[in-house]
Ligand binder design. Structure first.
Ligand SMILES: C[S@@+](CC[C@H](N)C(=O)[O-])C[C@H]1O[C@@H](n2cnc3c(N)ncnc32)[C@H](O)[C@@H]1O
Length: 300
């Protein structure tokens, strides 16, 4: 386990990820396959959902059963894009923060998602612990992770075109701050941090350039939708979605409590025009363009 108290962050500040990767990147199939998986896994109703690593809000409207959604991302420019897309609705709260230092009181959320983010985390277990802490017992947490034990990696390994073993339990960092995980390891991490696994779906089975060119996207999505249903039995797709439930006798947030100060950990923040100030340690955090920013405090 990585014991770095400040694990490195894969910084998306200024990134054109949403337009380049999704909109111009020919990934309609993957996007729609993920929508099918989320629809299957999300509860029909909920109160407050934390979308961790929300990016430009690609998935946010899929959480329609929840009354409010907190979009959290390390990148303020990703959140600005999300805000431009989703608008200034009271349903959405935008928070710039590090997944390893969540600025919320314990037991606040009854839902959380981490989609296409774990693969950037050098210390996935530390992030899962943070997430569990801010969740109410009984809450639903949906995790997506990049699966090292996928068919393409297995074929490449057997043909000796890839040095790393897709069956071994440790994460593989194939590019700096880009990891693939073994499903069994991910399940162990979830269970160790207080999440009971309820359902697994394997996703994006047909993420093959040639297939995507030759076959209609709708057909591939329908085939993927069927193949997803085998996810509890085996996991050989590049992406896996897991629905879990927060278990254990942990606290529930008091009514009205919401943010806590990432510096001192106290829930003593008061909102002033354009900043949040901690009454305990006097640290001030900027609020700009509708985004609560807990990355860097304001100078004293
Ligand atoms: C690949 S994008 C996925 C965005 C979105 N979940 C989606 O599926 O479209 C990864 C996102 O995770 C965010 N991220 C990475 N490391 C983070 C961290 N330590 N804390 C908060 N956000 C992080 C990045 O800023 C980026 O927006």
């Amino acid at each position: 386990m990585n014991s770095d108290p400040h694990p490195p962050v894969c910084d998306y500040e200024g990134s054109t990820y949403q337009t380049e990767f999704w909109e111009k990147g020919g990934r309609d199939y993957e996007d729609r396959a993920e929508a099918v998986a989320l629809k299957r896994l999300l509860p029909s109703r909920g109160d407050l959902l934390l979308e961790l690593g929300a990016g430009a809000g690609r998935n946010t409207t899929r959480y329609e059963g929840y009354q409010r959604v907190v979009l959290l991302d390390y990148s303020t420019t990703q959140l600005q894009q999300a805000r431009a897309r989703l608008g200034n609705s009271p349903r959405y709260i935008y928070v710039a923060a590090d997944v390893y230092r969540l600025p919320f009181v314990d037991g606040l959320f009854d839902g959380a998602t981490l989609i296409r983010v774990l693969h950037h985390l050098a210390d996935g277990q530390a992030a899962l612990q943070q997430i569990r802490q801010v969740m109410r017992p009984g809450g639903t947490f949906i995790l997506e992770f990049a699966n090292k034990q996928n068919v393409k990696a297995i074929a490449r390994y057997l043909l000796r075109r890839q040095p790393w073993n897709p069956f071994s339990p440790e994460p593989i960092e194939f590019v700096e701050l880009n990891y693939n995980f073994h499903p069994a390891t991910t399940r162990t991490w979830l269970q160790q941090t207080g999440f009971a696994i309820q359902r697994q779906l394997t996703v994006s089975h047909f993420r093959i350039w040639m297939l995507k060119r030759l076959l209609p996207t709708g057909l591939l999505v329908s085939l993927d939708s069927l193949a997803q249903l085998t996810g509890n039995w085996w996991q050989f797709s590049p992406s896996v979605f897991v629905r879990t439930q927060a278990v254990g006798n942990t606290p529930v947030a008091s009514p009205g409590a919401f943010f806590k100060c990432p510096s001192c950990g106290r829930a003593t923040l008061t909102e002033e025009p354009s900043r949040m100030v901690c009454q305990e340690c006097q640290t001030a955090w900027p609020v700009q363009d509708g985004i609560y920013n807990f990355k860097q405090p304001l100078p004293l």
